[in-house]
Design a protein around this ligand. Structure first.
Ligand code: GLP
Length: 630
């Protein structure tokens, strides 16, 4: 795919290539790397690659491994320099970048060990400066980096160059930003376990590479990517410095590209085919921009804001406004399962059959309740049969403190009972648990019994939370999908066993309605992986008689909220319902900052409807319709 600038990319200050999927992008980049290695090796020179960690490069590393194993690509004459390492972690620590690189790439290719360079996480404090200087020197000695691979953090960092890193910064020890530590909290089972420091190549070091490719996937990254690509060059977003490099490119999937002007506001960069969705997007954008409700927009507004072709095709404004207003109005319903005995024509969901069998998929136990707790509440209240399926155990998120609490309480109980002999087994069991927690230390890996306990703690939290929206434990299914049990965040890999389990779950229940999330998420995330499993399972049910009548509703868990033109159903929540949802959320100990924001997201959706000129509600949960059939 070419990265030459076109008119539609006028707003982008660095060449940006948008791929349909991350796998396509990863394959394209792997092909480039292959050519680079072959060209340099043909000249008898080593290729020098700059490597990144995180979930983003994982599909690229899998493709390199495939090229090595299936197509004979050799890494014998390749040197690598990694961007960064957590300071304080041994190379054997499961979350160290040294271990990550070994697991994800180096152990599967023929690169000589001495060609691998990763900053040390354990160099003593008084040697850090010398270590960093040596790192710079060894890059220079090999003639510099030929191609540097990059990801991007939510703060816009490359490597670990947090906001404030200067254009000329070199390899050094830095303090991690609060947001970065929150984003790593699940990896380390709690923010308190995330190291505070890291050693990272500087922005200046990175920009010395001859070529740079920054990859980003999923809607979570869309906002920061747009700022880095279209905004000013600033040390507040170190990725924006790529604009100043002569051979830097962004490789994005459509989710990560979704905030770029060419995708978000395409009429500003060229002719647009005015589909109903695109029309609605333009009208809502204009209303928000002018701060005026849809029904108050006039012909001049359209003409003056680059929408004259829309006006000439679908105007006058008065009629166009009414059409869009009605479409928005029809998305609002208090009856997510359909309203019995009502005319269906303009309702998002049909009345029949009633009651419906409703399957709500939650990638991790907390996801669905946090995102659509109000809808679950309504469905159950309106008589539908709701089955909430927690697809994975979520145990990796549960902090040691929760397990410690449980074991300590059990121990105390065993000692305060009047018949201590009867409690001997519980006493020794709780003591052994406490020993396990102490012995493994704050960074150690959880042995199976501890993971099991953590999973059960989360089950309890989900049961409590579900009860506050009226769902009993009988209505919750825990699937504990194997890919989650065997993996770690940012590098999970699903298998046939996962696919079979999801397929069996759907087939048995024969749902009339499915609620699901993950379509727009980072492809390595639990919501995205489980979404793919569900789609695959539904494709396998395509010959079943029930599937044609099954509707599927997408919700957003941690990704950016749906925009008005994407919403097909919007469920208003009263202040009391939003409070119930907050109460449900308070049952979960391990929520990330993104999840905690969900009630605010729901309130923002309601404010948006209000500003477009529709009724003013306290909060709204929003959904997009998807086809359940393949
Ligand atoms: C960490 C790494 C970065 C990486 C970022 C994003 O901060 N130091 O190099 O780009 O995480 O991680 P992910 O790819 O998992 O989104």
């Amino acid at each position: 795919m070419s990265s030459r600038r076109t008119a539609s990319e006028a707003f982008e200050k660095v060449p940006t290539v948008v791929f349909t999927t991350s796998s396509e992008a990863a394959a394209a980049l792997a092909r480039e790397v292959r050519e680079l290695i072959e060209q340099k090796n043909a000249k008898g020179r080593p290729a020098v690659l700059g490597m990144a960690t995180g979930s983003t490069p994982v599909p690229f590393y899998r493709e390199l491994i495939r090229l090595h194993k299936e197509e004979g690509l050799s890494f014998k004459n390749v040197h690598t320099f990694n961007l960064d390492e957590y300071y304080g972690l041994e190379p054997t620590h499961p979350e160290s970048y040294a271990r990550f690189m070994a697991d994800q790439l180096f152990d599967h290719i023929d690169i000589p060990k001495e060609n691998i360079h990763i900053p040390s996480g354990t160099v003593p404090g008084d040697r850090v400066f010398a270590h960093c200087r040596d790192y710079e020197d060894s890059i220079d000695k090999l003639g510099g980096v030929d191609l540097q691979i990059l990801g991007i953090g939510r703060t816009g960092h490359i490597g670990f160059n947090e906001p404030g890193s200067s254009r000329d910064s070199l390899t050094r020890r830095i303090t991690l930003d609060r947001i970065t530590r929150q984003d790593a909290a699940a990896d380390f089972r709690g923010e308190q376990n995330v190291p505070h420091f890291a050693i990272t190549m500087g922005v200046g070091t990175i920009l010395r590479a001859r070529k740079l490719v920054l990859m980003a996937w999923g809607e979570n990254k869309a906002g920061i990517v747009a700022k880095a690509v279209e905004g000013e060059v600033t040390d507040a977003i170190s990725a924006s410095f790529l604009q100043e490099h002569s051979d830097a490119r962004f490789f994005l999937d459509t989710g990560a590209a979704s905030e770029l002007t060419r995708l978000k506001l395409p009429w500003l960069v060229g002719p647009v085919s005015w589909t109903p969705q695109e029309t609605q997007r333009a009208v809502c954008w204009q209303s928000a921009r002018l701060g005026r409700p849809v029904l108050k927009l006039v012909d001049e507004d359209y003409n003056e804001n680059g929408l004259s072709d829309l006006l000439s095709e679908q105007g006058p404004a008065y009629q166009l406004n009414i059409r869009i207003f009605n479409r928005l109005q029809h998305t609002i319903t208090g009856w997510p399962g359909g309203k019995p005995d009502a005319d269906d024509t303009y309702r998002p969901e049909r009345a029949q059959p009633f009651p419906k069998r409703v399957l709500v998929f939650s990638p991790e136990p907390q996801d669905a309740l946090i995102a659509i707790g109000g809808t679950i509440d309504r469905l159950r209240e309106q008589g539908h049969t709701v089955k909430l399926v927690a697809l994975t155990s979520g145990s990796l998120r549960v902090p040691d403190a929760a397990a410690d609490n449980f074991a300590s309480t059990l121990l105390e109980l065993s000692m305060t009972d009047s018949k201590p002999a009867q409690w001997a087994e519980q006493k020794s069991y709780s003591q052994s648990l406490l020993n396990i927690i102490t012995e493994k230390g704050e960074f150690g890996e959880d042995p199976p019994v501890l993971r099991r306990l953590k999973a059960l703690i989360l089950r309890g939290e989900l049961r409590d939370a579900a009860a506050s929206v009226g769902l009993s434990s009988k209505e919750i299914t825990f699937m504990d999908l194997p890919f989650y049990e065997a993996g770690r965040y940012r590098r999970f890999k699903t298998s046939k066993a996962d696919a079979d389990a999801v397929h069996a779950c759907i087939k048995d229940f024969r749902p009339h309605q499915i609620y699901v999330t993950g379509d727009a998420a980072d492809p390595s995330s639990v919501p995205s992986l489980t979404y793919k499993l569900i789609r695959e399972a539904l494709a396998n049910c395509s010959k079943d008689d029930w599937i044609g009548a099954c509707t599927m509703w997408l919700y957003r868990s941690k990704e950016k909220a749906l925009e008005p033109h994407e919403i097909d159903m919007s469920l208003p929540l009263s202040p009391a319902q939003l409070d119930r949802k907050r109460r449900a959320m308070s049952c979960f100990q391990s929520l990330s900052s993104l999840e905690q924001n969900m009630p605010i997201t729901n309130q923002n959706t309601a404010k948006l409807y209000d500003s477009l000129g529709l009724a003013e509600y306290e909060a709204m949960e929003a959904f997009q319709r998807a086809r359940a059939g393949a």
